[in-house]
Design a binder for this molecule. Structure first.
Ligand SMILES: Nc1ncnc2c1ncn2[C@@H]1O[C@H](COP(=O)(O)OP(=O)(O)OP(=O)(O)O)[C@@H](O)[C@H]1O
Ligand SMILES: [Mg+2]
Length: 254
């Protein structure tokens, strides 16, 4: 692996050490060593099948790892029960498909977690939900069902829902790749705002504009390995590895 130029200065929030992940005989993550500092924004980029989603999913234990260790805020990931539910609240995740609860209103989608996992009173949870919906620009939709919103609006609700748990870290797995082009920016703008507010973020995306604006570091993966890490400008203008050069040349000509 080639060395990183990270300019992050916070203390380590997420530490992956020698992480291996197998699906049967297939190894999806190989020797992953990655430290994400508090307040740092890391963009993960790489070809399809390189292990980007698997990496995200191991960090909030949607997937178990075969060996190695992962700590969040100094603690090994809990295996089950209430501690695991708390970890999932501490590590917010936003997927490509918005995964809102279809039968609940937008407001109920936001308040459910804080009431169930964080023990918030309904009135407090609703007040905070409105503040968050305001922040992501969809408070006018609070009483609608998810299906009544555009994709971009639903994704912004999904972000607000994760934020309602007051996470220490946010994981985004290709949050804009299912959106129509005109809705991509409204979601990216919310994410840039979050980054500016100091949220620690791991973002799987091929949106170079976002990476350039908001990322402290780009991590390039191929075949389950971290092949290269650099600051975004350096990565996009002069990638060091042949794999990254090849990947970027294809990305740009699309
Ligand atoms: N549940 C699973 N069982 C078996 N193999 C899996 C499973 N999930 C992922 N894989 C394999 O692990 C590898 C990495 O998958 P992953 O979804 O992490 O890739 P990715 O980088 O996110 O790709 P994409 O850009 O297409 O989303 C792939 O080869 C995939 O087929
Ligand atoms: Mg993926």
């Amino acid at each position: 692996m080639e060395t990183s130029d990270s300019r992050a200065s916070g203390d380590p929030l997420v530490v992956l050490t020698d992480v291996q992940k197998h699906y049967g005989d297939f190894q999806a993550l190989k020797d992953i060593n990655l430290t994400v500092h508090r307040g740092e924004v890391v963009v993960v980029i790489g070809p399809s099948g390189s292990g980007k989603s698997t990496l995200c999913r191991t960090i909030n234990r949607l997937e178990t790892i075969s060996s190695g260790s992962i700590t969040v805020d100094g603690r090994e990931l809990p295996k089950e029960g209430k501690p695991l539910a708390e970890l999932r609240a501490d590590v917010g995740m936003v997927f490509q498909s918005f995964n809102l609860f279809a039968h609940l209103t937008i407001l109920e989608n936001i308040t459910l977690g804080p009431m169930k996992v964080r023990g918030k009173k309904k009135a407090d949870a609703e007040r905070e939900a409105h503040e968050l919906l305001e922040r992501v620009g969809v408070d006018a939709q609070a009483n609608k069902l998810p299906a009544q919103l555009s994709g971009g609006q639903q994704q912004r609700v999904a972000i607000a829902r994760a934020l309602a748990m007051r996470p220490k870290l946010m994981l985004f797995d290709e949050p804009t790749s299912a959106l129509d082009p005109e809705m991509i920016n409204e979601v990216l703008d919310v994410m840039v705002g979050l980054a500016r507010d100091g949220m620690t973020m791991i973002v799987v995306t091929h949106e170079m504009g976002f990476a350039r604006k908001a990322a402290d570091r780009v991590v390039f993966m191929a075949d389950g390995l971290i092949v290269e890490e650099q600051q975004p400008e350096g990565f996009f203008t002069s990638p060091r590895s042949e794999r990254a050069k090849d990947f970027l040349s294809k990305l740009i000509t699309h």
